[in-house]
Design a protein around this ligand. Structure first.
Ligand code: PLP
Length: 343
């Protein structure tokens, strides 16, 4: 029998439908350039596949260190940032540890906290403001001893961000802060300075358009990285994904182009959605827009799907709300046209 806490959980899941236009998982609409795929695969073909990857993942950690001005000791890489979150949460959260986080947010956090035995202290988000509830979080932290904070900015699924100086304000309380900046590029954020009580999680899945490769990384001080490394699985990043991510870093124009296209399309979509009767989009600094509909949102979701467009029903997180990824101009046009006929 599983533990009670696991028996009470539901598995991480997602709408498993297919559609011609897929705007349900905050993926990049642009694939990685074919010529670079071929270049990396050619180099990986020359490597022995019967030998484990480099234990230290120095190729990618070295490339990230050079790109971001860190030492390799400040970095851990893994099989998506999910894997690194799964290592970091139990590094800091044990039975009875108070964990403050805005809600709704990325569902994985609550699962990891529950399994670790932590006490979840969710702070309600008002998604209409575009800003995360920093003051309420600070008050909740002050009421606890040694709180851990998990914060995602821009937040998934609502799209809002921490106010300027938010990370510093959270650190000033003495709390340990796990900062998920999976969507940070789309808010044109800056990496925060390293701090022993701050762990920053980034991913190649969004702005880089490499979700299929599963590569994430975290940054912190060397001593904090050493602690998380005790929990993290060894060899979790395979040689192909590592080589692709390291190559990507030599081509930052891919990321900057993806980000610029997404930001421009996001602004266009937001304005167009505002013009549709019954549709209320929430301010977003990410690569998706959450919105409510006057009609039953599930019906709108189904109507869109019937016309070949898959988005995300986030009704369990925000009442009668949906979330659409920012796609390319053609995909977004189809979405907007269809939404205006069924919202
Ligand atoms: C907030 C947030 N963090 C992390 C991830 C997962 O990133 P990765 O693909 O690097 O595991 C996602 C994926 O959608 C996400 O929404």
């Amino acid at each position: 029998m599983s533990r009670d806490v696991v028996a009470a959980m539901t598995a991480y899941t997602l709408e498993l439908r297919e559609a011609e236009i897929k705007l349900n998982q905050n993926e990049s609409p642009a694939d990685f350039p074919r010529a670079l795929k071929e270049q990396v695969l050619a180099s990986v073909l020359e490597r022995p596949w019967n030998i484990y990857p480099d234990f230290e993942s120095m190729l990618l950690r070295g490339a990230l260190a050079k790109t971001h001005g860190y030492a390799t000791e400040n970095l851990l890489v893994g099989n998506g940032s999910n894997e690194l979150l799964a290592a970091a949460v139990p590094t800091f959260v044990g039975p009875g540890t108070p964990v403050v986080f805005p809600k709704p947010s990325f569902a994985l956090y609550e699962k990891l906290v529950a399994v670790a035995g932590g006490i979840a202290l969710p702070i309600a988000i008002d998604p209409t403001t575009g800003v995360l509830p920093l003051d309420e979080m600070l008050r909740a932290i002050e009421r606890c001893d040694n709180a851990i904070v998990i914060v995602c900015s821009p937040n998934n699924p609502t799209g809002g961000v921490l106010p300027d100086g938010g990370i510093d304000a959270l650190l000033a309380t003495g709390a340990t802060v796990l900062f998920d900046r999976a969507y940070g590029d789309f808010a044109e954020d800056a990496m925060p300075a390293l701090h022993d009580r701050l762990v920053t999680f980034s991913t190649f899945s969004k702005a880089w358009g490499l979700a299929g490769l599963r590569v994430g990384w975290l940054a912190s001080t060397a001593s904090t990285c050493r602690e998380i490394r005790k929990v993290k699985l060894p060899y979790s990043l395979n040689i192909i994904s590592e080589a692709v991510a390291a190559t990507a870093l030599d081509h930052d124009d891919i990321r900057t182009r993806n980000v610029a296209n997404t930001i421009a399309e996001r602004a266009r979509m937001f304005e167009a959605m505002r013009q549709i009767d019954g549709v209320t989009p929430f301010p977003s600094r990410s690569n998706f827009i959450a919105f409510t509909t006057a009609r039953n949102a599930k019906d709108v979701f189904n109507d869109l799907h019937a016309r070949g467009i898959l988005i995300r029903d986030i009704g369990a997180a925000v009442a009668n709300a949906l979330r659409v990824s920012v796609g390319n101009a053609e995909q977004n046009d189809s979405f907007l046209e269809t939404l205006s006929s069924c919202a």
